[in-house]
Write a protein that binds this ligand. Structure first.
Ligand SMILES: Nc1ncnc2c1ncn2[C@@H]1O[C@H](COP(=O)(O)OP(=O)(O)OP(=O)(O)O)[C@@H](O)[C@H]1O
Ligand SMILES: [Mg+2]
Length: 181
């Protein structure tokens, strides 16, 4: 079991990067009243064939030589263990969506504590990707878009420290406003 949900998110987003996505969206919805936490990751990458999609949630299924093939199954297992589950929707040459649901108050639900570090790592690790992140906590919403900091992903992004600091600050302040971190 991974310690923090953000580690799963990192993993699933890396799948999208490996699938040559140019746009990746992470959406988190925490709803205490419904005792539900959902994580959705969608990309416009190459998608999977029907055959691969059927096996993608199986442990050790990988199309990448040296990888272990555990990213998706570990997320699915964690979600199922917490009274939810994971669903994969994929269309070849169009993209992939991964949605995982957790019982919010399940005793084993991994916490979601490292989102600032996770999102900054993803955005600045892949500045060429149009990266969007939306986080809702009991109706309060925070939205983040990498292009607001890095400009149009098709032009050469400026990776100077001041931009990194501005993005980090924006994430910290935004998440604080919705009651996170
Ligand atoms: N977003 C995606 N777009 C296209 N194919 C995907 C996507 N996510 C997963 N896949 C396919 O499903 C396979 C299994 O993914 P999974 O994350 O479980 O393992 P992996 O990425 O191969 O290895 P690991 O995550 O353990 O390093 C991948 O090898 C890839 O072929
Ligand atoms: Mg993976």
């Amino acid at each position: 079991m991974m310690e923090d949900l953000s580690l799963h998110i990192l993993d699933i987003v890396e799948n999208a990067v490996a699938a040559d996505a140019t746009r990746i969206t992470v959406t988190i919805n925490e709803n205490e009243r419904r005792n539900l936490l959902t994580v959705r990751i969608s990309d416009n990458g190459r998608g999977m064939s029907k055959k691969d999609a059927r096996r993608a949630l199986d442990p050790f299924f990988t199309t990448k030589g040296k990888r272990t093939g555990l990213g998706l199954p570990l997320l699915a297992q964690a979600a199922e263990h917490c009274g939810g589950g994971a669903v994969l929707t994929t269309v070849p040459n169009q993209g992939t969506k991964v949605a995982a649901r957790f019982r919010y108050r399940h005793i084993d639900r991994p916490p979601l504590t490292a989102m600032v570090a996770t999102i900054t790592a993803l955005v600045f690790g892949h500045p060429e990707i149009d990266f969007r992140y939306g986080h809702r906590v009991n109706g309060l919403v925070f939205r983040f878009a990498s292009r607001e900091f890095l400009g149009d992903p098709r032009s050469t992004p400026c990776l100077c420290p001041s931009i990194f600091r501005a993005a980090k600050k924006n994430l910290q302040t935004g998440l604080k406003k919705i009651g996170r971190t």
